[in-house]
Each structure stands twice: as structure tokens, then as C-alpha cells.
Ligand binder design. Structure first.
Ligand code: THU
Length: 145
């Protein structure tokens, strides 16, 4: 497993923020009307985007962060996530939901997490703070012997 301790540069954060804002425009959220964009920075310095995609069968809706992870893996074989930026066109920032924290954990347990919005506030954190005591790939490896 490669290291994911790297911190994005200010330029990379600026790119992530712009990508997350653009991604939110692709959101398909006819039910909640709550659009979300996410951008992830992978271990090779590449940025991948995702948006929420809802469904008439509400429970099948997919969050922006998970869309970004799945698209990055499917399209580019992404192996590691260093940082995620989440944008919502709201007055306050939106933290990633529990399911997304778990999916993000698979590819970057200590990744940086930033949430931005149309207001002044932002969330700047790390996944290990947002998902303490996480279950992850290591637990399966430990169980194997
Ligand atoms: N949503 C996300 O895309 N990411 C989150 O972390 C929180 C929630 C979406 C799911 C749903 O389409 C809408 O926001 C309202 O819950």
C-alpha cells in the first residue's frame, strides 16, 4: 500500500475546488434538489469528479463522493485518494455522509477532506478524524492469518 500522507498544494486545492463546483452542475437531484459535487485527488496527482445521482427508487441514489471514487477506479484504475473536496451551493458546507466516509476510507484512510459552499465557512479535516476506528482492508488482512 502506498503512502497517503501527502498534502495537496494550494494550487491543487484550488483545482479541486473548481472541479467540485463544476461537478455539482452535473448533479441529478430531481427529488432532493440538493446538488453536490465532489473532486478527488489521486496518488498520481490526477483529479476525478463525481456528482450525486438520484433515483426514483430513492434508496438507490448515489452521493457525489462515491460517484467520484467509482468513476476514478473504473476509468483510470485509481489506487489511492489523497484528498477530497465537496461542494454544495448552500450557505454552510456539507460534510460527507457516513457511507461516503467508509467508501473513501478504502482508498485513503488519512486523506484530507475539505467541504466548501457559497458562504464563508469551510470544513477542513481528515478522514481519520471524521471516521475514527474505521473498519478497512487491514481488518480483512489481519483476519486471514
Ligand atoms: N449527498 C451527497 O452527494 N453527498 C453527501 O455526502 C451527502 C448527501 C446527496 C445524496 C442525495 O442525493 C442528496 O445529497 C440529499 O441527501
Amino acid at each position: 500500500m502506498t503512502s497517503n500522507q501527502q498534502v495537496p498544494s494550494n494550487e491543487q486545492w484550488a483545482e479541486l475546488e473548481m472541479a467540485a463546483r463544476l461537478a455539482a452542475k452535473q448533479a441529478y437531484a430531481p427529488y432532493s434538489k440538493f446538488t453536490v459535487g465532489a473532486a478527488i485527488l489521486d496518488g498520481n496527482g490526477k483529479i476525478h469528479i463525481g456528482c450525486n445521482v438520484e433515483n426514483a427508487s430513492y434508496g438507490l441514489s448515489n452521493c457525489a463522493e462515491r460517484t467520484a471514487v467509482y468513476a476514478a477506479r473504473a476509468n483510470h484504475g485509481m489506487q489511492e485518494v489523497l484528498a477530497v473536496c465537496i461542494y454544495t451551493p448552500t450557505p454552510v458546507p456539507t460534510p460527507p455522509c457516513g457511507a461516503c466516509r467508509q467508501v473513501l476510507n478504502e482508498f485513503g484512510p488519512t486523506m484530507r477532506v475539505r467541504a466548501i459552499c457559497d458562504g464563508e465557512d469551510m470544513i477542513d479535516s481528515t478522514l481519520d478524524l471524521l471516521l475514527p476506528g474505521a473498519f478497512g482492508p487491514k481488518n480483512l488482512q489481519d483476519a486471514a492469518h
